[in-house]
Structures are given as structure tokens and as C-alpha cells.
Design a binder for this molecule. Structure first.
Ligand SMILES: NC(=O)c1ccc[n+]([C@@H]2O[C@H](COP(=O)([O-])OP(=O)(O)OC[C@H]3O[C@@H](n4cnc5c(N)ncnc54)[C@H](OP(=O)(O)O)[C@@H]3O)[C@@H](O)[C@H]2O)c1
Length: 247
């Protein structure tokens, strides 16, 4: 059945892959982003954009200047209130594996707040927790730069291809609301430090120095709290395959 699907954050890494997958399957897709004239924090443009929409996929993400909790609460309130008014029947939310186990970290607190707002919102929902995308190494390379040096955390992850995340979100959008869907992760566990080193080699960058993050989040990075559980679904592309495809 052809659906009208709105993708919040449809210009971002995950959202653009959901847009691509949904269009390839013949769905009618609306992109909700400031770049397309819809600000989900301010609420502007949402009413018109959501007209006639069956399912909303929320793959929005806060920016560097945002408080993640305030951002996700505001976005979810807009999607839920406008969505209910126009008859949206399913809200699919992209979240992060382990966000509840490391919620002292602001980004994860924001994802947990987004989940809670979704659960309380009244629109039948599916929360899709995924692990870090393979592109996480690229982010670590960029944000870990201090002068001429690059640092990356000692962190366990089971990274997943963002293209497969987009397909997973559309699979869920095509199905019935699920509450909490099984976690979605890549095929094998990796070290974020070694992922960042492999990324640096692939782009001709220099050495990467390990750091141990402090506090609850640092502990969660190292103790496996951010890894998927035994009932997770798994994507196919390994991190090594993603790196090979870069060159
Ligand atoms: N990166 C990872 O490894 C990972 C793993 C699991 C889950 N996640 C979660 O998945 C979500 C998406 O991540 P991502 O890396 O794909 O994000 P991203 O590339 O940073 O994209 C963020 C999207 O949100 C939109 N956006 C930001 N502010 C907005 C506003 N006020 N109104 C409407 N749209 C707005 C952006 O478009 P405009 O700027 O045009 O508004 C963009 O399309 C995030 O919540 C993230 O926490 C990420």
C-alpha cells in the first residue's frame, strides 16, 4: 500500500536514507526540515506539511547550539499535537541503543526525553533504537581534533550502515505500531578508537590518540552498555566494508 510518509530530519544522515528508501518503494514523501521551510521546534510550517500524512518518521537531530532535551521535547510536541490534529496514525522515532543506560550524557538524555514524550503523546508509535552509524568514526575524527592532534574515546560499539537504518525505519513505517521495536545494530562489535584510526588511514590522516572519558558516560562507553542486546536485529554491511567503499 502506498503511504504518505513525512520524514522529520529528512535532510540529515539517517533521514535522507529513509527518504530515499521510501521513495524507492513508491511512497509519497514529505521532508520536514528547516531547509524545506518546516521548523519543528518553533512549529512553523508543520500544519501544512503534515496535511494528509499517514506516518511520520522522526529522524531529526539537535545541532551544536541546542539543548538536546529541549530540542527533542519541542519537536515531539509539535509532531504529536499537529499529527493528532491531521490524523497521523503512526509515529516512528529513531533513538539510540543504551540511551536509558547513559542518560546523564546530554545527547542521550535528549533521546530518552524524546522517547518519553512519544510514549505520552497519544499517537500509536514505534521507537527504533539503533547503534552508532559507521559515519560515527568520521564525527570522532572531526570533533576529536585538538590543534594538530586527534583523540578518540575508548568505546565499544556495534556500528551499522546508515543506509540500512533508513530502510529499517521505512520497514517499521510500513508495519503496525510496535511500541519498542527490537534494537537495530551492525553485524559485529568494533572499537571506536580503531574505527577512527581506520578512517584516518583511509583519508590519509595522522595518528589517533586514545582517551578515557570520565563519569557515567565514559563508563557506559567501555562497559558494553551501548551494545545491542540478544534480541537485536542486525544489518549486513560491516565497518570494514564501509571503509573500503570510501576509497
Ligand atoms: N549519528 C549516529 O551515529 C546516531 C545513531 C543512532 C541514532 N542517532 C540519532 O538519530 C537522529 C538523526 O541523526 P543524524 O546523524 O541523521 O542527524 P543529522 O544528520 O544531524 O540531521 C539532523 C536533521 O534534523 C533536522 N533539524 C534540525 N533542527 C530542526 C528543526 N528545528 N526543525 C526541523 N528539522 C530540524 C536537520 O535539518 P535542518 O538543519 O534543515 O533543519 C536535519 O535534517 C538524531 O536524533 C541522533 O541522535 C544518531
Amino acid at each position: 500500500m502506498t503511504l504518505r510518509i513525512a520524514v522529520a530530519g529528512g535532510t540529515g544522515q539517517a533521514g535522507s536514507e529513509a527518504v530515499r528508501a521510501a521513495r524507492e518503494r513508491g511512497h509519497d514523501v514529505v521532508v520536514l526540515a528547516r531547509a524545506t521551510g518546516v521548523d519543528l521546534v518553533a512549529g512553523t510550517g508543520a500544519r501544512e506539511a503534515l496535511d494528509g500524512v499517514d506516518v511520520v518518521i522522526d529522524a531529526s537531530g539537535s545541532g551544536p547550539g541546542d539543548d538536546p532535551t529541549e530540542f527533542h521535547e519541542a519537536v515531539t510536541k509539535t509532531l504529536v499535537s499537529v499529527g493528532a490534529a491531521v490524523g497521523v496514525r503512526h509515529l516512528v522515532v529513531l533513538s539510540i541503543v543504551g540511551c536509558d543506560r547513559a542518560a546523564t550524557y546530554p545527547l542521550y538524555a535528549g533521546k530518552l526525553a524524546q522517547e518519553r514524550e512519544t510514549e505520552a503523546g497519544g499517537i500509536p508509535f514505534t521507537i527504533a533504537r539503533t547503534t552508532q552509524f559507521h559515519e560515527f568514526a568520521k564525527l570522532m575524527w572531526r570533533v576529536g581534533k585538538r590543534g594538530p592532534l586527534h583523540f578518540a574515546p575508548q568505546m565499544r560499539s556495534q556500528p551499522v550502515a546508515v543506509r540500512e537504518v533508513g530502510e529499517h525505519l521505512v520497514d517499521l513505517a510500513e508495519g503496525a505500531p510496535h511500541g519498542h521495536a527490537p534494537e537495530f545494530a551492525g553485524p559485529r562489535e568494533e572499537s571506536v578508537l580503531e574505527m577512527t584510526r581506520a578512517y584516518a588511514r583511509a583519508i590519509g590522516g595522522g595518528p589517533v590518540i586514545p582517551i578515557r572519558m570520565g563519569g557515567d558516560f565514559g563508563r557506559a562507553q567501555r562497559d558494553g552498555s551501548l551494545l545491542p542486546g540478544p534480541h537485536a536485529k542486525h544489518g549486513r554491511q560491516t565497518y570494514a566494508e564501509w571503509i573500503s567503499a570510501l576509497s
